[in-house]
Design a protein around this ligand. Structure first.
Ligand code: SAM
Length: 226
């Protein structure tokens, strides 16, 4: 797992800024100690564009190219807490690799991480960031709404883009007792939702509102939304 390796060669000022970011996350109500530790350990400045590095520890979503964003630390921490509290270990699939930061956080928490990205440029960029930090995440380029059937079942699935509904192929790929964390709604506003599988039943819990970039694909929004 990459939790320790991400500290190698870290810059002292960045480490200080990262601890300040974690204090801010605590003040916003993030309290799970494992989640907070992961945020102390993972170097977000290595997942943002070079010109944004000085701002990497602000609680902001930043552009990463191709019209996409690295999610705000609070949002990543919120989703990760929902996952950790219901699924403390095991195999996790992330849909929407983006910068690779959320995947690195999941790795630091000790999960076996799989991630899918649909944009080739981001798939490659995230791969370079994760590889340079020695973070062992399995990556795939393609439509994540179809999942990764060869690796199923997953104990957890995290969708980091706005979904119109929980994609059926991903529900099929959840282990019995597994959970999916997914923002569900329209293109402007979504509610963070946890779907837990019990056999053939799926129970939904609904949490706070967020605004994510769209989940495109066969089980998401059409590529050219109206
Ligand atoms: N998790 C990312 C991070 O830590 O930087 C942020 C994700 S960004 C908010 C949403 C990502 O979902 C974008 O990179 C976008 O290209 C990707 N995406 C959208 N639809 C997708 C799909 N069907 N399959 C895989 N990735 C998708």
């Amino acid at each position: 797992m990459g939790g320790m390796s991400v500290l190698a060669g870290d810059d002292g000022d960045m480490a200080r800024q990262r601890r300040e970011m974690v204090e801010q996350l605590k003040s916003y109500g993030i309290s799970n100690p494992r989640v907070l530790d992961a945020f102390v350990n993972v170097r977000r400045h290595q997942f943002v564009e070079q010109r944004m590095r000085a701002y990497a520890y602000d609680d902001c979503a930043w552009p990463i190219g191709y019209g996409q964003t690295i999610s705000q630390p609070y949002t990543v921490a919120y989703m990760t807490s929902l996952l950790v509290e219901r699924c403390p270990s095991g195999k996790v699939l992330e849909i929407g690799t983006g910068s690779g930061y959320q995947a690195a956080i999941l790795d630091a928490l000790g999960y076996r991480v799989f991630t899918i990205e649909r944009i080739a440029g981001l798939y490659e960029m995230a791969g370079r960031s994760l590889d340079s930090l020695g973070i062992p995440v399995a990556r795939r380029l393609g439509d994540g709404t179809l999942g990764w059937p060869e690796e199923a079942p997953f104990d957890g699935i995290v969708i980091t883009a706005a979904a119109p509904h929980a994609p059926a192929p991903l529900l099929d790929q959840l282990a019995d007792g597994g959970v999916m964390v997914v923002p569900i709604g329209d293109l402007g506003f979504q509610q963070m939702t946890v779907v837990r599988r019990s056999g053939s039943k799926f129970e939904h819990e609904v949490f706070h509102g967020f605004a994510f970039v769209p989940l495109y694909g066969r089980e998401g929004w059409p590529d050219t939304p109206e």
